[in-house]
Design a protein around this ligand. Sequence first.
Ligand code: ADP
Length: 405
Amino acid sequence: MTLTSAGDTNREYAFFESAPVAMWEEDFTLVLGYLQELDSADLGVYLQSHPEAVSECMQRIRVVRVNKLGRAFYGSEAQEHTRRFAPLVDPETIDTFRCEVLAFASGLASFEADIATITTTGEKRLVRMNCAMQPTPGAPWSSVIVVFTDITQRHGLEQTLKTSNEALVKLNKDLEQFAYAAAHDLREPLRTISLYTQLLENSYSEHLGPHGRKALQFIRGGATRMERLVWDLLGFAHVLEAPEDSAVGDTDSQAVVPETLVSLEAAIQEAGAEIRVGPLPAVAAESSHVRQLFQNLISNSLKYRDRERALLVTISAQVKYGFVEFVVSDNGEGIRPEYFDKIFQMFQRLHGQEVQGSGIGLALCTRIVELYGGRIWVESEVGTGSKFFFTLPVATGAGQTREGS
Ligand code: ADP
């Protein structure tokens, strides 16, 4: 095989020979001659219905030279195997070759496709093929440079990633259905327990004696806690499904927060808390989600307050890099640093039943902010208080700004 031609400069030869990709120079002159002989009015239709003509074109390609990586790709017998291009190409890719011929025939100077090739050792590889027709005065189609980039490994990784992604989406869907069904179906027996406990208390209280009444109290307490847990689980299952992009409108946080404070009015009164709210920008998120975030964080500040001092909760926000960073800050009990991550996990609580809770609230907040590509985290010091930060994308201005509802 001739690896250099008379006109090659040393520089051009060195570039071709040591290029970090497999390269060929091919001569399509005979292919062009064959196509002219066919003299077909519609070459596209003709080649489509005459695969043997495409094969004939393949046989007429002359490989002029192959660089080092090209030879390595096809083994030491490169000369024989690349003399004719056809045997190296998987028969399935004949269609791609037909497109290449048609591209050149219609005047295009370059063509790109992914094809399967077989090395001289019989190994099947997937390559990205880039072909460029070199304009050569007086000798059309005499020089086509072909570059092969081996994408077998990348393709394999992409396939693995795609499969894992599909499995993850399915798992999420299953989890969502499971959580919803579990929570939904658990409510019915709970209602029965509450109803019959109530009946026992009302009608048979004097027959039960102090131990019996205490036992009933425990059953009722357990059922109430379970009901709250089930309720929170249902809320969690509800946000597992990502909102459709087109359905997400802007939400005016400045309007959502006062509304949330109204729904927490009794707890705020009971805690004797002062709540300060700074200017809050609008965000591109569902209003129900924004409300859930504030509802959970403010009610946590109320629940985990330091009973030795008056509670002050401050809500503020600032815009950073396309996101609004909200801060719900309190001067409550505070949290030890080793729990900063743990509290955002499902069912993780640092308190016992002395403070009501299910351990789902912060997991729910995490899920919500992640739906919008945001983050949530805490900074806290025991005895000083906690600052819960979360980010949501700034309002896009598209669609109506929903004020709370
Ligand atoms: P819940 O409040 O239902 O227990 P969360 O997921 O909302 O569940 O919170 C998890 C835990 O994080 C709480 O049990 C509590 O121990 C701790 N925590 C949350 N917010 C605060 C806060 N503002 N101050 C102190 N501890 C907090």
